[in-house]
Write a protein that binds this ligand. Structure first.
Ligand code: HAM
Length: 420
């Protein structure tokens, strides 16, 4: 143990679990990659104003959870709490929206930072895979993204989750609803801080988790009853396409999400066995975000799926991913000379694409065979001076335990033929 431990709210990813994380990232991005989304990477820190303007001044993320930093040069930066604002900033900066047909479809994978109260499934550094479709207003695009996320979870083997769906309206109908909600909230018994939040974004109050607040919200006006004809038709089309694709959803009129940029379609995937931190992914349409960060009007939609929570969901459902063994062949040398020969063979096998490991350091054969076992290798290659004198090595099938001599010259082709 060293004097240091990982900072609060973070954890180290170690083998063998780390291999599952890699597989989860691969699996949940695969549907988007198959649907024309191109890979994007952006810096882990940005101008703090990108997030305060984009994510919203009334959100917990901006008011309480940002990792702000001032550089030696005096720039005010923040570690990214989410990916959407950065991806849109990057697309605008590179003029991707002017270079071809819209939408610009992008996917990303990385770590995000929120100074949250640590609990299972809620970390200060967490990992997301996200997808954004920038510059098109088309209910088929909203449906496409939702279906891709659902396909991602199903492909991993998850099933005990629901998709919650809501519409937050647009700049036509939201102000009308907002006014009705403000009037309603004015008659409630709310604390100072909640009132302050409500003044910036009254919808935020609907998301308040405290029972005393929720109890007062039972008769709150519902956005669904205030949607304009355009928003209603848009929402119905999204629903129709989801139904056609066989993706079940549940209406959740209280779903406002923790970020301020959403308009129209919003959704969240919640897993039923994760306790309080049950959202395994979420997203929605953000038609005004581009203008909020100084760009042109670019209606867009996207999602981010939580890798840490997807892992926890797999664990909760007892899903075991079928991962290829990291080592196919394990070499055990019984003498110095044999070590030199097997080392060369290991290099050759690796260059041919066969995952090969070998025993290092001075170990007895017993310990070396234990390592071979632990590596999960299909075959062990064992050789001592006597074998080499006869021009052979011993090839042990680790499943059957059967051991056969193979000519040293034929070792590589023999293993290659087994298509490990
Ligand atoms: P979000 O709902 O804040 O949305 O995060 C998406 C997912 O990231 C959550 O559903 C959850 O699985 C995971 N997540 C969030 N915070 C934590 C945490 N502290 N610990 C562990 N996992 C966490 C966004 O970030 C939006 N940018 C999604 C989006 C993309 N909307 C439009 N495009």
């Amino acid at each position: 143990m060293s004097t240091f431990t990982a900072p609060k709210g973070t954890y180290d990813l170690l083998p063998p679990t780390s291999a599952i994380f890699l597989a989860v990232r691969e699996a949940i991005s695969a549907p988007a990659r198959r649907a024309g989304y191109g890979y994007i990477e952006t810096p882990v820190f940005e101008d703090v104003k990108l997030f305060s303007r984009g994510v919203g001044e009334s959100t917990d993320i901006v008011t309480k959870e940002m990792y702000n930093l001032t550089t030696r040069g005096g720039d005010e930066l923040a570690l990214r709490p989410e990916g959407t604002a950065s991806v849109l900033r990057a697309a605008l900066q590179a003029n991707l929206h002017k270079q071809g047909n819209l939408p610009v479809k992008l996917w990303y994978s990385g770590n995000y930072y929120r100074y949250e109260r640590m609990q299972k499934g809620r970390y200060r550094q967490f990992s997301q895979v996200g997808a954004e479709a920038i510059g098109a207003e088309d209910p088929a695009l909203d449906a496409e993204l939702i279906i891709l996320a659902d396909d991602a979870f199903r492909a991993l083997g998850l099933s005990d989750y629901s998709l919650l769906l809501n519409s937050l309206g647009d700049k036509q109908c939201r102000p009308v609803y907002r006014a009705a909600l403000v009037e309603f909230l004015a008659g409630l018994d709310l604390d100072e801080e909640t009132r302050r939040r409500a003044a910036i974004n009254p919808l935020r109050v609907l998301d308040d988790k405290r029972e005393a607040v929720q109890a007062q919200l039972v008769d709150a006006p519902k956005l669904r009853d205030h949607l304009c004809e355009d928003c209603k038709a848009y929402d119905e089309k999204v629903r129709e396409l989801l139904t056609l694709a066989g993706v079940p959803f549940t209406d959740d009129p209280k779903l406002v999400r923790g970020l301020d940029y959403y308009t129209r379609t919003t959704f969240e995937f919640v897993h039923h066995r994760l306790g309080a931190q049950s959202a395994i992914g979420g997203g929605g349409r953000y038609d005004g975000l581009s203008e909020m960060i100084g760009g042109p009007a670019l209606p867009s939609v996207g999602w981010a799926l939580g890798v840490d929570r997807t892992y926890l969901a797999l664990e909760a459902e007892g899903v075991v991913l079928d991962l290829p063994a990291s080592t196919a062949v394990y070499a055990v040398a019984l003498s110095e000379e044999a070590k030199t020969v097997l080392f060369a063979k290991a290099v050759e096998l690796r260059r041919l694409g066969v995952a090969t490991d070998l025993a290092f350091g001075v170990k007895g054969i017993k310990n070396a065979m234990k390592s071979a076992d632990r590596s999960g290798a299909r075959f062990a290659v064992i050789a001592g001076d006597r074998d080499l004198a006869e021009g052979v090595v011993q090839l042990k099938d680790m499943e059957s335990g059967e051991q056969t001599p193979v000519a040293l010259e034929a070792l590589v082709t023999t293993l290659k033929e087994k298509q490990l």
